[in-house]
Design a protein. Structure first.
Lengths: 601, 597
């Protein structure tokens, strides 16, 4: 898996080169918070200037003091110089504080908000089928990580141009004016820092590649002992020692590997630090020579010598920290861009007419990234007002067929007409205008009871009477729960049972005005009496409109007008219950397998 | 390493690190402090020496060659300051490596032996997850923060000492001014916890709404109901509100951190101002002035930031260590880590006498006067609605919870009176949420009898055959030795139904006299479910079994059915008896059978 993602990374780089990425994200970033971006850069320029100025001011102070000591100047001159220095330093500290606060405290969160919104809007337009692709889910998660990365990336770009650019230019001019040769200092600071960064990144990327499987294994053994999923079974089986041994062994291997790499990196660092030192020593020597030649004053020497550490430190900061982070972030940034560039689902507007029913014409469907189709050559017509049940074993393609018939997925071949609208040609909102559903994985929104119901149709005006009516129809026991009560103890609301949640989901399905409804049976274990009630609810919901009921318990399908039996992505049989049992095919087999356990004399 | 049951403090991070790796820890502490002295006081002296020598030479007071020792000293300090970092970091990574190898296993041991109630209790589970996450990093962060703090103190002290050695009264003035200012800035550093909690609330809300907008779970409802636009609007409102609140908190934090920087700047200027006089009067050399002023000004840049950060990290480490102490003091069950006895005690009878039980922290009794007696060699079915307490019974039987009222008697003797290892050997359970171990199929099954782990695969293969796994094994690349799941190299995935068979095979491999099957068919399709029922008789021949299910078809297998409701046995008898009674069981059975008429 690791291998794959790395190779992916390489091909991405070709697609999204550094330059291209920068060109693409700067406008995105600026749009997310234009004024703040401008302010950030202005602050950067000011900060850079003041930073450089402090070196000059220090030099003036030192010169004044040494003049005063030699009797060439008085106490007053020294204090004036000190006052100037004080002003510069305070100014610099204030600007630095404001800039940091503005960057981290305002620009970053503000842009993150804008960029997250961008993702939300994008997701809305992406075909739902993508959510079945684990690769896409990974990409989505990575894109979310990219939100912060984009702003950080841009902030580093800004800071490099405005702050560091100005600082190094100003210092460069200052050094040049002292003595042209001193400009070399900047170069001497840059090279070792750059070298260190490139080599170290490589070492740690290698480590990550080698240790990732070991780490996963080690984490897993820990999980097998400690995770909730495993805890009681591992304890009762007495398997602790077994897993602990595995855990300890992989841990030792992992630790050894990390340590060896760290040691290698440290030795390397030592060598590079030596080159940094050599650069500093060379610069110091130039300063020394210039001082002894009388080209610069001792005050200049002391001021520049003190600034030397700063210049080297800042250069290391730029290269090691900022460029290092950019290097790390670029992957995340690319993920974000890739999500934004994904194809969207579009289509014409239209009005479905459910008297035409729902028609599938020879449809096939293959999940992205899978070799074999999940639905093969299915044709079907659901007439107006007809209730259809779909049965079949796990993995027979029931849920996929439902998603195709509702237009949530578009078929790879053939076409689906919902109320006369081709799902592949009409926009999602048109197709779903008169459609509602109660899904197997119905959601338990951590929102108020009212919101939990009205979420199925947020465009409609939320009339309390109607909400109460659908809740009652769904059999929700109100007890003391008000419409505005939060259905989540986490947010200081109430906790309701699974059965109650199921009824909220039914109310939600009812609330949305519909001519076509999908009812997907919950798989979670509920007791038989409760289960029967839910089936009866479903039957009630389906009355008088097109309805599709998916069931995992074969016994409940008798309420349908017709039953579709699915196997391996195909419809193997269609008919009423009586017809199907008479035919002694797959349906009869399933029916018999279940029914025999209820035949007792 | 042994985690003690005591109150840990922030500085205990240092103790843990020292315990894990004494030599490297001392190095890790000493090198950076040495670096701080070199960077400040020693650099100042070297600069002073150089400048003064150069000045004298330029005035032709001293010969030119005198400059070389001075230059050498400057370069030496430079070299030391630059190179020490790598050494310190190496020491740190050794400490971290040793800590990983001692702290993590120690924590896993504590974790594994915890009283089971902590695992199911949300509050202690939160604590446990918090402590286990990034344990090594949290401790190392604490250590680093303390060292950083020491560095700051050492820098300040060494410069002060240098000033004292030059003009003692100047140092006194500076000291007199700085102490109250530092005290003030530390006081200002106290956090506004209320504001942070409020921000946290907004964050949780936006995070949740974000999940609603982008999650996979609700993709159907999201698309069909088309609520993205409206929820996104609410999201944005909540986000902006939280962001603005957060900005206030951040502003305050920045002000505190910048405040200390400004304070340092003020002190540095004070130093420079106080020292100008002595220089002019010749009490101090010009070089020394430059050296000291450079040193203090150099400190301004990083120190204010470092100061607040290290203090913050120290208090964060304190929080972590407090959690760690609490974690270590959670009750452990004795003998929790023992293996089941290799020769199980035969179970002739199993009896619940008026057992009452409620989960810790809950006021409701889930078992409320439960009494029944099971005989060896018979099959029992437990039925009842969800939450009736069926699964709770298995937890009491296997000794996961021991704080029940009443008695559970095995062969007439109280269950709690048996050693834990004997209890583990008595029961084999196929849980509703059975574990899927990502190890080889053979190991997965052999775990059922831990004493057979090292042995040949024959027994496991036999159990696999009985559980109907032969076909699956044939399709695996390396047969029964193929790792399952995606963790180990060459691992293969199998379906949910196949995993369930593996869990059943594990139970078959067990030597336990009593088998409990809790909803063992939930992941199976109708035909497989039916097949399992059919094989059950054969698989469980001569064993005492308890079959828990809400699929009433399964009761056909049982010699006797126990209907549980309201925490006690509501009805008991054979299928025919219960149907004749026309009670709860009959109602449930009819409800299900109705579909098959």
């Amino acid at each position: 898996m690791k291998q794959g993602s790395i190779m992916n990374g390489k091909s991405e780089k070709a697609e999204y080169g550094l330059f291209k990425v920068i060109v693409k994200i700067i406008p995105i970033q600026v749009r997310s918070a234009p004024w703040n971006c401008l302010l950030e850069n202005c602050l950067g320029v000011m900060h850079g200037l003041l930073f450089a100025l402090s070196v000059v001011a220090t030099q003036y102070l030192f010169d004044a003091v040494s003049d005063a000591a030699a009797g060439r100047a008085g106490y007053r001159e020294c204090v004036i110089c000190l006052a100037v220095l004080a002003a510069v330093i305070f100014g610099q500290q204030i600007v630095n504080g404001v800039q940091n606060f503005h960057g981290m405290g305002i620009l970053l969160p503000k842009s993150a908000g804008g960029l997250t919104e961008l993702i939300h809007k994008k997701i809305e337009r992406i075909a739902p089928v993508r959510f079945e692709d684990t690769g896409f889910l990974d990409d989505l998660n990575k894109a979310k990580e990219g939100i912060r990365a984009i702003t950080m990336f841009c902030m580093v770009l800004f800071v490099c141009v405005s702050f560091y650019g100005v600082y190094f230019t100003a210092i460069g001019i200052y050094l040049f004016r002292l003595k042209p040769m001193l400009l070399l200092t900047l170069l001497l600071a840059f090279i070792p820092a750059m070298l260190a960064q490139t080599v170290k990144v490589r070492i740690f990327v290698n480590l990550e590649e080698e240790s990732a499987p070991l780490r996963r294994e080690c984490d897993y053994y820990q999980k097998a002992i400690c995770d909730r999923e495993y805890f009681k079974e591992t304890r009762i089986l007495g398997a602790f020692t077994f897993f602990y041994q595995l855990f300890e062994d992989t841990m030792k291997g992992l630790s050894g590997k990390i340590w060896r790499t760290e040691r290698k990196a440290a030795l390397l660092q030592l060598m590079l630090d030596f080159t940094t030192f050599a650069g500093m020593a060379a610069s110091a020597y130039m300063l020394f020579a210039a001082t002894m030649e009388g080209e610069i004053t001792v005050g200049m020497f002391a001021a520049v010598f003190a600034a030397l550490t700063q210049i080297f430190a800042i250069m290391q900061e730029v290269v090691r920290q900022h460029m290092g982070n950019m290097n790390k972030d670029i992957g995340k940034v690319v993920n974000f861009l890739r999500l934004l560039d994904m194809p969207e689902r579009t289509g014409a507007e239209g009005e479905p007419d459910f008297t035409k029913g729902i028609t599938a014409e020879n449809i096939s469907f293959r999940y992205p990234g899978r070799d074999t189709p999940s639905i093969k050559n299915v044709s079907l017509h659901i007439a107006d007002g007809e209730t259809i049940a779909i049965v079949g074993e796990n993995g027979a393609g029931k849920s996929t067929l439902v998603r195709l018939l509702t237009g949530i997925y578009r078929p790879t071949e053939g076409r689906v007409l919902v109320g006369g609208l081709d799902t592949a040609r009409y926009s999602a909102s048109s197709v779903w205008k008169g459609m509602s559903g109660v899904f197997q994985k119905y959601q338990r929104y951590k929102m108020t009871l009212k919101e939990n119901v009205t979420i199925s149709d947020t465009a409609a005006e939320a009339k309390p009477d109607r909400i109460r009516a659908v809740l009652e129809e769904a059999g929700f026991e109100r007890d003391n729960i008000g419409l505005e009560d939060m259905l989540s103890p986490e947010y200081g609301g109430v906790d309701i049972s699974g059965g109650q949640w199921q009824r909220v989901a039914i109310a939600r399905g009812l609330y949305r005005v519909n001519g076509f409804i999908v009812l997907d049976e919950p798989t979670s274990a509920i007791d038989p009496v409760e289960e029967t009630k839910i089936y009866k609810q479903f039957a009630h919901l389906a009355e008088g409109k097109c309805a599709l009921i998916v069931t995992h318990r074969i016994g409940s399908v008798k309420l349908a007008d017709r039953i579709i039996v699915m196997d391996a992505g195909k419809i193997v049989d269609i008919g009423t219950h009586d017809e199907l049992t008479a035919r002694s095919g797959q349906y009869a087999k399933m029916w018999e397998a279940q029914a025999q356990w209820y035949e007792r004399m | 390493m042994i985690l003690k049951n005591k109150k840990y403090k922030s500085y205990d991070t240092l103790r843990l690190a020292l315990e894990a790796s004494p030599v490297c820890m001392i190095l890790y502490a000493l090198l950076p402090t040495a670096q701080s002295i070199m960077e400040t006081a020693v650099t100042a002296v070297a600069t002073a020496n150089f400048v003064d020598t150069a000045t004298s030479i330029l005035k032709s007071v001293r010969p030119y060659k005198d400059i070389y020792p001075a230059l050498a000293m400057v370069l030496f300090t430079l070299a030391f300051v630059n190179m020490i970092d790598a050494a310190a970091r190496l020491a740190a990574s050794k400490v971290s490596a040793n800590l990983r190898c001692s702290l993590k296993p120690a924590m896993v041991k504590v974790f594994a032996a915890l009283d089971y109630k902590h695992i199911e209790n949300e509050k202690s589970w939160e604590l446990i997850s918090r402590v286990s996450r990034d344990s090594v990093k949290s401790v190392m962060d604490g250590v680093e923060a303390w060292i950083q703090f020491a560095q700051i103190i050492v820098s300040i002290v060494s410069v002060l000492v240098l000033i004292v050695s030059q003009v003692w009264w100047a140092a006194l003035i500076i000291f007199a001014f700085s102490v109250p200012m530092f005290w003030l800035s530390m006081r200002a550093g106290k956090k506004n916890y209320q504001a942070e909690r409020d921000v946290e609330k907004f964050n949780r809300r936006t995070e949740y709404l974000g999940e609603v907008l982008t999650g996979r779970e609700n993709v159907e409802e999201r698309t069909l109901f088309g609520y993205s636009g409206d929820i996104n609007r609410i999201w944005k409102e909540q986000y902006e509100a939280g962001r603005k609140l957060q900005a206030k908190v951040t502003a305050k934090n920045f002000m505190i951190s910048k405040g200390s920087s400004m304070l340092l700047a003020l002190i540095s200027l004070l130093v420079a101002l106080t020292l100008i006089g002595p220089v002019i009067k010749g009490q101090m050399s010009v070089g020394m002035f430059m050296g000291i002023v450079s040193a203090v000004f150099g400190m301004i840049q990083g120190l204010g930031f470092q100061m607040t950060r290290s203090l913050e990290n120290i208090s964060r480490a304190g929080e972590y260590m407090k959690d760690l102490g609490e974690f270590a003091s959670l009750g452990e069950s004795e003998e929790a880590l023992t293996e089941p006895d290799s020769a199980p005690v035969p179970v002739d009878s199993l009896e619940f006498c008026n057992v009452r039980f409620r989960y810790p922290g809950s006021s409701e009794y889930i078992l409320d006067g439960l009494s029944f007696r099971l005989e060896a060699g018979r099959h029992y079915a437990f039925v009842g609605r969800n939450g009736a307490g069926k699964t709770t019974i298995t937890k009491l039987l296997t000794g996961l919870y021991t704080e029940y009222e009443g008695e559970i008697l095995v062969n007439g003797k109280e269950l709690r009176g048996y050693p834990v290892s004997a209890v583990k050997a008595m029961f084999s359970v196929v849980y509703q949420d059975f574990a899927k171990y990502y190890i080889s199929m053979k190991e997965n099954i052999a775990l059922g009898d831990i004493h057979s782990m090292g042995k040949e695969a024959e027994d496991a293969a036999g159990a696999a055959r009985l559980a109907g796994l032969d076909e699956v094994i044939d399709r695996l690349a390396n047969g029964i030795h193929t790792p399952l799941g995606k963790i180990l190299k060459g691992g293969q995935d199998i379906s949910g139904g196949q995993w369930q068979r593996v869990a059943i095979a594990r139970s078959l491999a067990s030597r336990a006299p009593v088998r409990i099957l809790d909803e063992p068919t939930s992941a199976l399709d109708p035909i497989s479910e039916s097949n399992l029922y059919r094989d059950f008789e054969k698989l469980m021949e001569g064993k005492t079994t308890v079959f828990i299910s809400h699929r009433l078809g399964s009761t056909k297998l049982a010699d006797e059915i126990l209907v549980i409701d309201g925490g006690k046995i509501m009805e008991r008898g054979t299928h025919e008896e219960l149907m004749a009674e026309n009670g709860r069981y009959a109602e449930m059975f009819e409800a299900q059978r109705e579909w098959y008429l």
